[in-house]
Design a protein around this ligand. Structure first.
Ligand code: ZN
Length: 213
């Protein structure tokens, strides 16, 4: 082992937080429909029953929409920046999203809060929401999604600090399994100044939590 590698922090997903390249092959709608018919038959339903006739097509279109992020590259939203001398915290709070847990293919939904300290480059605010949308519209894990957003901003914007906090309700925990409605999963990823400087981290967490709690 080389000595210059920094040890990963506990819980860190460094190394697997790079968003994969956009898929070039289109969604195979026929295959999707067939798979839905298979699921219906496997659980004991009759896919030919009148009420279910159009279900495979509907579900196929729904999956294509929910996983549309696989076919785009979120980096595209981080290319148009403005040169500004502003070097204080920029925070966009309460960006709502919905995603699909890759372990159960059940939705999880919630809010993302994204803060960064610009390094001469400022991003259009709506672009942060676009990035969240793009990263969430694919089979996901909340921890990885949080890291991916932070990594994207850090690498593309060259920001002095990036803070991403995601809070979400997982239907795989509320409607099945342990059935704990109301439980909220909170994840965070801190980069640059927010990682190394305690007062910057405290400031951003106060801004994110605001007067809500
Ligand atoms: Zn799950």
């Amino acid at each position: 082992m080389s000595t210059d590698t920094t040890p990963l922090e506990r819980g860190s997903l460094d190394g697997e937080c790079e968003v994969p390249e956009a898929k070039q092959t289109p969604v195979d709608m026929q295959r999707l429909e067939q798979a839905v018919r298979e699921i219906l038959a496997a659980v004991g339903e009759d896919p030919a029953r009148e009420g279910l006739l159009e279900t495979p097509g509907r579900v196929a279109r729904m999956y294509a929409e929910l996983f549309s992020g696989l076919h785009e590259d979120p980096r595209q939203y981080l290319q148009k920046v403005f040169t500004e001398k502003y070097d204080e915290v920029v925070l966009v709070r309460d960006i709502s999203f919905n995603s699909m847990c890759e372990h159960h293919l059940l939705p999880f939904m919630g809010k993302a809060h994204i803060g960064y300290i610009p390094n001469g480059k400022v991003l259009g605010l709506s672009k942060l929401a676009r990035v969240v949308e793009s990263v969430s519209r694919r089979p996901q894990v909340q921890e990885r999604m949080t890291e991916e957003i932070a990594h994207l901003l850090e690498s593309e914007l060259d920001a002095k600090g990036v803070a991403v906090v995601v809070e979400a309700t997982h239907t795989c925990m509320t409607i099945r399994g342990v059935r704990k409605p109301g439980s909220l999963c909170v994840t965070s990823a801190m980069k640059g100044l927010f990682r190394t400087n305690q007062s910057s981290r405290t400031e951003i967490m106060q801004l994110i939590n605001g007067d809500r709690r």
